[in-house]
Design a protein around this ligand. Structure first.
Ligand SMILES: O=C/C=C/C=C(\O)C(=O)O
Ligand SMILES: [Fe+2]
Length: 304
């Protein structure tokens, strides 16, 4: 019951061709559909219609992010809870969005538009369902991650936002960073997955997207991703390095329009009863970048 996992991120780009070229050739995603003003992309091991929608608009930004719920009825249950909290909701009917049926939309307390959906068009991964190969075709261009992993949004009031995701939407907190007064500066939240985070919220401007991340299967693929990024002249923001929070290995970098991407691997498994890990502000540097123990102004202040 409730929130299952991240489904897709919908962003705007002033240069659809450039963005599509980067996400197919450098990131190595599959372009699944193109309309007049939108490109739909997915990773090779994803079953859903798409995990990224890029829409032409003169201004770069995030339109919305979508989580999948476990059961059809969850949309109705969560609609009541979100309304009771005081966020107005609206329904997007079947046929209005490509690749999915009816969905529920609302603005989260930190200003981003969130969407919940159960009915997603399943187009299958690249391996098929009969005698599937364990690996994708060897000639996929670019980084070619198997799937999207998580995203991070900013909030001026992290605690208020975290309470919404936990108390109203029913997500579980796995880690948090507290300032000297015990106020949350960052929280890491999981849906019904074994991941240490499906979404994280860190202090910053309301409405902002900090990054979304693709999963890679091991640390060696992170190293190869760094080679691919450097070869293609992509601006690397941080890494390759390790997170203290989640224990994951990571690289952050920017797409051609300045949207931050991450590739991520490792991290631990969480059970529903795993205890919350807490970081103090004086260890925030290690929490984010365990080796460097310092967070750059660019990492803290650049958002989409
Ligand atoms: O302030 C940003 C914190 C980023 C942390 C992660 O991207 C992560 O844990 O995956
Ligand atoms: Fe991340």
């Amino acid at each position: 019951m409730g929130i299952l996992r991240l489904a897709h991120v919908d962003v705007r780009t002033p240069d659809l061709d450039l963005s599509a070229a980067y996400y197919t050739e450098v990131m190595g995603l599959q372009q699944v559909q193109r309309t007049d003003d939108c490109v739909y992309l997915k990773c090779w091991d994803e079953e859903d219609h798409h995990s990224l929608r890029m829409r032409y608009n003169p201004r770069t930004g995030m339109d919305s992010f979508t989580f999948r719920v476990e059961e059809e009825d969850d949309l109705h249950e969560l609609e009541k809870k979100v309304e009771a909290y005081g966020c107005p909701t609206s329904r997007v009917s079947r046929g209005e969005a490509v690749g999915q049926g009816e969905s529920l939309r609302f603005e989260v307390p930190s200003g981003q538009i969130m969407e919940l959906v159960w009915d997603i068009e399943k187009t299958g991964n690249m391996l098929g369902k009969h005698n599937p190969s364990p690996v994708p075709p060897p000639d996929l261009p670019g980084i070619a991650p198997p799937r999207m992993d998580h995203m991070l949004v900013n909030a001026e009031e992290v605690a208020e936002s975290a309470a919404f995701f936990i108390d109203v939407l029913g997500m579980r907190m796995t880690e948090q960073v507290l300032d000297g007064n015990g106020h949350q500066l960052g929280v890491w939240l999981a849906g019904n997955t074994r991941s240490p985070h499906d979404i994280a919220i860190v202090n910053g401007p309301n409405g902002a997207l900090h990054h979304w991340a693709y999963w890679l299967d091991d640390w060696d693929h992170i190293r190869k991703a760094a080679d691919t990024l450097a070869f293609n002249g992509v601006q690397i923001d941080q890494g390759p390095t390790r997170h203290g929070v989640t224990r994951g290995n990571t690289i952050y970098f920017f797409d051609p329009l300045g949207i931050r991407n991450e590739v991520f691997t490792g991290g631990y498994w969480v059970d529903p009863d795993t205890e919350i890990l807490t970081w103090t502000e004086d260890n925030f540097g290690k929490g984010l970048f365990y080796y460097e123990n310092v967070i750059s102004q660019r990492f803290l202040r650049m958002h989409t």
